[in-house]
Design a binder for this molecule. Structure first.
Ligand SMILES: C[S@@+](CC[C@H](N)C(=O)[O-])C[C@H]1O[C@@H](n2cnc3c(N)ncnc32)[C@H](O)[C@@H]1O
Length: 272
């Protein structure tokens, strides 16, 4: 099998293309992993030159299908049930209050990976007796991970120490082979593929009472974070809440949204 070497110049060319297509920023520290995943993919496609593959992406991929395939091989889908639970509990309580007021609510998990985040929210809503009144939309840039999410079958690593045992036992069937989500919870979430930097696609989803965009903005440049967040903000209802990951902050990026603390967790809202 031929051996392909990615020079620093090629790394800049490829990583710039990937950043334009997905928002994901690759720095010098990522070069080795990026080069290894990309060269495996390029060899699988039968290319013997990285530059030829670059030209294919740059000039011969009009519908973006090959770029989508490449991004699939590069993205990191780390997630697990009950991850960063306190903000999810706050969101579940917020949606429950809205259902009691007006009979329905909508929430979006905007980079849901294999679905553990929206499924956790669905369990919390079912415990509060409002699951049937809440529409849960879940999207990710990766079609492969969305297919895994919709199947509701997860690796043993998706359930970690510290999970709430009662709720897990009620909705998840765990064995050494993996974790299966109960049909009721699986049926409550609608999955589809969506790239967060596709502003028109974001707009087509409509308005939400809460948006979860957690542990994905860390991969974006600050100006990209700002533009994505501005698009998300337009999809929030006036009192809607945006949650980012606990180690992410929009204030650092200079957002126009206002930050609000609820029960020790931080959320962003449109300024009134
Ligand atoms: C680390 S996971 C976070 C999953 C979940 N939100 C959580 O906090 O556990 C990041 C996810 O973001 C997705 N992602 C990366 N860039 C994206 C983009 N431009 N649009 C949508 N999803 C993206 C990846 O495919 C991956 O599944």
């Amino acid at each position: 099998m031929p051996h392909l070497v990615m020079s620093p110049q090629l790394y800049v060319l490829f990583s710039t293309l990937v950043e334009e297509a997905s928002g994901i920023l690759y720095g010098p520290q990522d070069q080795q992993v990026f080069a290894s995943k990309l060269t495996d993919h390029v060899l699988d496609l039968g290319y013997s030159s990285l530059l030829d593959y670059y030209y294919r992406l740059r000039y011969d991929d009009p519908d973006g299908n090959e770029m989508r395939r490449l991004v699939e091989t590069l993205v990191v889908h780390e997630t697990y049930f009950f991850r960063e639970l306190p903000p999810l509990i706050e969101i579940a309580d917020h949606l429950t209050a809205l259902v009691k007021q007006r009979g329905h609510a909508r929430v979006w998990s905007a980079a849901c990976a294999s679905g553990e985040e929206p499924y956790t929210l669905a369990m919390l809503l079912d415990e509060r007796g409002v699951l049937d009144q809440v529409e849960i939309v879940a999207t990710d840039i990766s079609a492969a991970v969305i297919a895994r999410a919709a199947a509701g079958r997860h690796s043993p690593r998706s359930l970690r120490d510290g999970h709430p045992p009662a709720i897990a036992a009620r909705y998840l069937e765990a064995s050494p082979q993996g974790v299966i989500v109960s049909p009721r919870i699986r049926g409550a979430v609608t999955f589809s593929r969506l790239n967060l930097i596709d502003a028109d696609g974001v707009q087509r989803l409509g308005l939400f009472d809460a948006i979860l965009c957690r542990n994905v903005l860390i991969y974006f440049r600050d100006d990209r974070v700002l533009s994505v967040v501005e698009h998300l903000a337009k999809m929030l209802r006036p009192d809607g809440l945006l949650a980012v990951g606990v180690s992410e902050s929009l204030l650092r990026a200079g957002t126009s949204l206002v930050c609000e603390e609820r029960g020790g967790s931080f959320f962003y809202k449109r300024a009134s």
